[in-house]
Each structure stands twice: as C-alpha cells, then as structure tokens.
Design a protein around this ligand. Structure first.
Ligand code: NAP
Length: 205
C-alpha cells in the first residue's frame, strides 16, 4: 500500500508552520509523499477577501521545491466550481488506484467542521484525518468534538501537535500590511513572491 498525505489548506500564504506540519506527518505516519492542495474556490469563505488562487498555488509550488517528498497539486485550483474535499480525495483515489491509503492533513479547527462538509460519510470511508494543532488550541473543545463521533469515525482522526503552527497566515497578512518583516516565517522564495506581486498590502486580503 502507498501511504499518501494530502495537505489541504487555503495557504494564504503558505508558511513554515504548514511545511513543518507536513514533514512531521510524513515522518510520524510513514507517508510516501505529501501532496499540497491549495483550495481553489472555498465553499465556506468569501472569495473576494482571498488572494487569487493562481498566487496561492504559485507560492505553494515555490515552498515545496526543496523537498523531494512534497508535491504541489493544482487539482482544486483547476477544477471548476466549489472545492469540495470529497472530490479531491476521489480524484487521488482514481489517480493512484485501490492500493493507496489517503491521509488528509489540515488544521484542527477545520477538522472539527468535517461533519458539516459535503459527503462527510464518504470522506470518512475514503481517508484518515490528521488534525494539526496550534499551541494554545482548545483541547477541551477538540475532546468534546471527538466524543460526539461514533467510535469508527473517532478512530479515523489522528492528532499531530505542531509547535511551529504558532505561525499563522492571518498574522503574516497583518505583518505585510503593517510593513513588518515575515523573514524566517515563510521560505525566502515565498517572501520574495509576496513582495514582487505586492500581495497583502491592502486590508482586503
Ligand atoms: P481555515 O478555516 O482557513 O483554517 C482553519 C485553521 O487551520 C487555521 O488556523 C489555519 O491556519 C489552519 N490550517 C489550515 N490548513 C492547514 C494545514 N494544512 N496545516 C495546518 N494548519 C492548517 O481552513 P481552510 O484552509 O479554509 O480549509 C482547510 C481544508 O479543509 C482545505 O483543504 C479545505 O478545502 C477543506 N474544507 C473542505 C470543505 C468541504 O469539503 N466542504 C469545507 C471547509 C474546508 P493558517 O491560516 O495559518 O493556515
């Protein structure tokens, strides 16, 4: 069986917290590689306040260049319509065949919303979830969420503590807007891309 990580996120912008999360998942769950999938059109967010998908994909590509077991995927950016995780997981299942075991990696806050996602039932059948936690996240809220799941679903959610997730995209956007440094929080190539394209300078994104 191939064990494949699918790292889903808006990545607005991608930062070292995301990269450390994926590397830690790769190591801890013995994954063969990790596909980074920037959301194309999020069903749950106002598209107008998001950086255009082409920029978020370009930054993701730059961020993964130096890691041989990381890949950036344009599957959600290229797929028309709302980006539903179920469609992405089905896509990877078809691409890699029945011998692939899929692990969907994302932030714990997003994980707690899964029961409300499109075809949550199908998703629990297709993959295992890895919930990346930030320092200071609400353990009680997460435990309460887990306790409401059936034992079968609970077994499909794994927790990954990631101290480096103290970095957040929201904070990075604020820093750029305020003219502050983002050095050592994002890869150099991403820092230069943000500067070259004038991203995050206005409060709209
Ligand atoms: P979000 O609400 O922007 O993020 C929730 C929290 O998780 C934030 O603190 C975020 O921090 C963190 N986070 C996001 N992606 C992460 C990652 N890969 N690793 C570690 N932390 C991460 O969530 P989102 O980015 O929009 O969505 C997360 C994933 O869930 C995406 O793949 C999205 O497509 C999927 N989703 C699917 C559906 C659906 O199918 N109906 C609905 C909602 C979300 P940062 O801001 O620092 O990243």
């Amino acid at each position: 069986m191939m064990r494949m990580g699918v790292m889903g996120g808006t990545f607005d912008p991608i930062h070292y917290g995301h990269l450390v999360t994926a590397e830690s998942a790769y190591e801890s769950f013995h994954l063969d590689h990790v596909q980074f999938v920037p959301v194309g059109t999020p069903p749950h967010k106002d598209e107008e306040v998001l950086t255009p998908a082409r920029h978020r994909l370009a930054m993701t590509r730059l961020a993964v260049t130096n890691n041989p077991h990381f890949v950036a995927s344009s599957v959600e950016v290229e797929r028309p319509g709302a980006s539903y995780t179920i469609d992405t997981m089905r896509y990877f299942h078809e691409q890699y065949g029945p011998d692939v075991e899929l692990f969907f990696i994302t932030g714990v806050d997003a994980i707690m919303e899964i029961p409300n996602w499109n075809n949550a039932k199908g998703l629990f059948e297709l993959c295992t979830f890895i919930a990346a936690t930030r320092p200071g996240y609400s353990v009680e809220r997460f435990q309460a969420f887990l306790s409401e799941l059936t034992p079968r679903r609970r077994r499909k959610i794994k927790t990954l503590e990631v101290p480096a997730l103290a970095i957040s995209s929201t904070d990075l956007r604020r820093r750029v807007r305020e003219g502050r440094s983002i050095k050592y929080l994002v890869p150099d190539l991403v820092e230069h891309y943000i500067a070259d394209h004038g991203l995050y300078r206005k409060s709209s994104n």
